[in-house]
Ligand binder design. Sequence first.
Ligand SMILES: [Fe+2]
Ligand SMILES: [Fe+2]
Length: 279
Amino acid sequence: MRGKITIICENSVTIRGGIGEHGFAAFLETERGNYLFDTGRGDGLIRNLLTFEKDPLSIQKIILSHGHPDHTGGLPAILEMLGEIEVYAHPGIFDNRFKITKIEGEEKKQFVGIKYRRIYLESLGAKFSLAKNFRELATDMYLTGEVPRRNPFEKGDFRLFAEANGRTIPDPFPDDQSVIIKNPEGLVLLLGCAHSGIINIVEYAIQKTGVDRIFAVLGGTHLDFATPDQMEETIKTLKKYRIEKIGVSHCTGAKAASRLWAEFGDRFFFGHVGECLEF
Ligand SMILES: [Fe+2]
Ligand SMILES: [Fe+2]
């Protein structure tokens, strides 16, 4: 399937008219219609869609990568505009989750779950389609569902926690999922934060589609929070897959992005607000 992905919400902006915010959202134009993947934190979504001449009313489905507020914060704004629309996600998006950090020796626990109740979003028009499994969004376009954690070097972000049976546990992110598009050049993967691990996602996409050529990976990689060991293993494995375009955004961070640029040269690009990938 042919199409185009435009970054709508991201931490940084280099194109006139757009605004940056800590979050992620992308507009996906395909032969089979247009989709919104994530919604940013809430400030930039509508403004940037209009700035880049993406018609919000053309959106067929909203797809959510996970429940973090920097990916789900724009839901009320877009729902108020669209009214009834299908929202594809994993049921875990509504889980309670936290970021725990130490500031000057003191532990700070911050709520980082979705900010809105399901009933509120439904009252604005959200028709949730929640599932845990791999599924088809359209012909040649899929949503990963829960991604198995098969690479032990992908350890996740040690600051992030969830609530399970009244206990605080490291956030297992069952809800973290990515979009897979099949086209003649290979797979295109659109990531939210890649809390499942970018390599786990790449390998699961290959397993589920039977296509072992990756044309492009684009989105948040969460490599900003990877250990040096994880970074080395990730680069080594990405090289093995000979990915033609590696576009990173959001939680990749400047340090990891610079390293990827040095390693992948012209195959690398930074997915700022307004940046496009044609496939
Ligand atoms: Fe994020
Ligand atoms: Fe996240």
